[in-house]
Write a protein that binds this ligand. Sequence first.
Ligand code: GDP
Ligand code: ADP
Length: 178
Amino acid sequence: MLVGPSGSGKTTVGYALSEKGIPKLVTTTTRKPREGERDGVDYYFREPDELNPDDFIEQTVYNQRIYGLTKNEVKHALEKYDKVHVSLDKNGAKAMKQAYPEETLIIFMYVPLSEMVKRMTERGDSEQKISERIDFSQETNELKPIEEADLIIENRSIEETVDTILYFLKQRASAPTE
Ligand SMILES: Nc1nc2c(ncn2[C@@H]2O[C@H](COP(=O)(O)OP(=O)(O)O)[C@@H](O)[C@H]2O)c(=O)[nH]1
Ligand SMILES: Nc1ncnc2c1ncn2[C@@H]1O[C@H](COP(=O)(O)OP(=O)(O)O)[C@@H](O)[C@H]1O
């Protein structure tokens, strides 16, 4: 599970992990698609009244929008793949860790605040959106790693971050179980 504030690089790193054979679980949200985002690829974009809570393993409200991971998405992915990744907020990650302590790992990603602003600007977010996102991250303590994190990484270069994650997963896979 990739966790970190907006602009920390979860989507970009997730894309690189997919290319390395660790595909992404597509989650569902009621937020509107950003430019270039596609339904069923980036998210399942839905209206609030289309969601049935029974379909979800976990759901969260983030920035006034609902986000959640469906049981079906996990079931189908795990029929095909040994390892998958998903980007969740800290509530979702904690809930999953509690429910599946043996199967899940939390990777917390961060970048210095100034770099986050720069990257969100480059991503095309408006100044107002960025400022709202930063305020939100500060209010919700999203910039600090969560206690439950198994790995904490500063996302300097994509290559370095992905290599660190892959190395970490390999170590974990070969470590004797307690
Ligand atoms: N708990 C939970 N969080 C999610 C889910 N899908 C996405 N998120 C998180 O929701 C937050 C907002 O995501 P998004 O609107 O794409 O903005 P971003 O952080 O700028 O990429 C991020 O922290 C995501 O990791 C989900 O299904 N469940
Ligand atoms: N290591 C990095 N170095 C430089 N730019 C990066 C890096 N990681 C991500 N970015 C850029 O920063 C912006 C935010 O990254 P993104 O993956 O969308 O973050 P998140 O999904 O956490 O909100 C994007 O424009 C992305 O291309």
